[in-house]
Design a protein around this ligand. Structure first.
Ligand SMILES: [Zn+2]
Length: 352
């Protein structure tokens, strides 16, 4: 299948590996940005050394001409990963820790004739613009790009929401205008700390599914709260929707985490569930009652885990659940066990 690189730049392909190049670290190193995409890192590393990206790629192996990192993710062969680690002055293990998309599960198949590719779409995750102030603190002035399981990113340090919109005019949403969103991210962080990363992701996924069911702030341009109507007017309702939903997503996730924590500890009685449901429906709105009833009745964490890892059915016990990890780039859509799924922001496939 043709990749973006081939279509955009046709014949212009590096033909042979040069074993003499790329064995030593580059003169100038680069600090990693958390969650950065491989394409973004390679582009920054070249720029840091005052090279065009092609110049760096010659040292990494053979393959198509580069594509700008905001469009898609770059995937590499085992050979290219080693070379890239050399050039970066770190081990393959560290590189794989820092750049999710060079991990084993995303490597190009052994025996590929090329060492990197730029498919039409990232294989997993979303390309999201990095907070430019965080990037600047890593010595980068041009936009840097992250590969994340969610199509958005909240920088608590600089109070910025970035997403997968690639807008030049409005690269981020300033959270000084939306303090509730900052609190929401802090709330989610506390849930993650309490439950663990994977369990918290599953809970967030189910909370998002519940929001989809009740169509909570589905169209922020019609919101009664002027905060969201104004934001929708400014950045469009697609970009505004997840921002507007974020507060409720975090509160619901916290509510559901309360249940989950007790359930995992074997301390949940039928009466607890009933009281919980009444309390949450009273606080969040009666529309939430039905989907949450559904969640309680059908919620089997292990089923989530199995969906996320793509393996078959079974009925193992709770202890196994605790050990299950959500794939690092699995989206909330992939993780939920509830039937109502729609990401709040579907701006992707920019070429189509
Ligand atoms: Zn930042």
């Amino acid at each position: 299948m043709a990749t973006v690189g081939e279509v955009l730049r046709g014949e212009d392909v590096v033909a042979e590996r040069d074993p003499w190049l790329g064995r030593r670290p580059l003169h100038l190193r680069l600090r990693f940005l958390q969650g950065e995409s491989t394409g973004s890192y390679v582009t920054r590393l070249a720029a840091r050394n005052l090279w065009p990206v092609e110049e760096l790629l010659v040292r990494v192996g053979v393959g198509p001409m580069p594509v700008e990192p905001q469009y898609t993710e770059m995937y590499v062969s085992r050979y290219a990963r080693e070379r890239l680690a050399n050039l970066s002055g770190c081990s393959v293990a560290e590189l794989s820790l820092r750049l999710v998309s060079v991990r084993d599960e995303f490597l190009m198949p052994d025996g590929s004739s090329e060492d990197w590719e730029w498919p039409w779409d990232a294989r997993a995750g979303y390309i999201v613009q990095a907070c430019s102030l965080c990037a600047a603190s890593r010595g980068t002035r041009s936009p840097a790009w992250l590969i994340l399981p969610d199509p958005w990113h909240v920088c608590l340090r600089h109070g910025r929401w970035t997403d997968n919109s690639r807008s030049d005019q409005r690269p981020y949403i300033d959270l000084r205008d939306h303090p509730g969103v900052v609190r929401a991210q802090q709330r989610l962080n506390r849930v993650r700390k309490r439950l663990g990363q994977s369990a918290a992701r599953w809970i967030e996924a189910d909370a998002l599914s519940v929001l989809t069911y009740v169509e909570y702030l589905e169209d922020p341009s019609c919101a009664r709260d002027p905060e969201w109507a104004l934001l929708a007017a400014r950045v469009g309702e697609q970009r505004a929707r997840p921002v507007a939903q974020f507060g409720m997503l975090s509160r619901l996730a916290r509510d559901m985490a309360w249940m989950e924590e007790r359930r995992r500890a074997g301390r949940l009685s039928a009466a607890d569930s009933r009281d919980w449901l009444l309390r949450v429906a009273r606080q969040r709105g009666s529309a939430f009652r039905r989907p949450l009833e559904h969640w309680i009745s059908g919620h089997r964490p292990l089923r989530h885990a199995r969906q996320a890892s793509g393996s078959g059915a079974g009925s193992p016990g709770e202890m196994e659940v605790a050990g299950q990890e959500a794939a690092p780039l699995a989206s909330l859509q992939d993780l939920t066990c509830l039937p109502w799924v729609r990401m709040p922001n579907e701006m992707d496939r920019l070429f189509l």
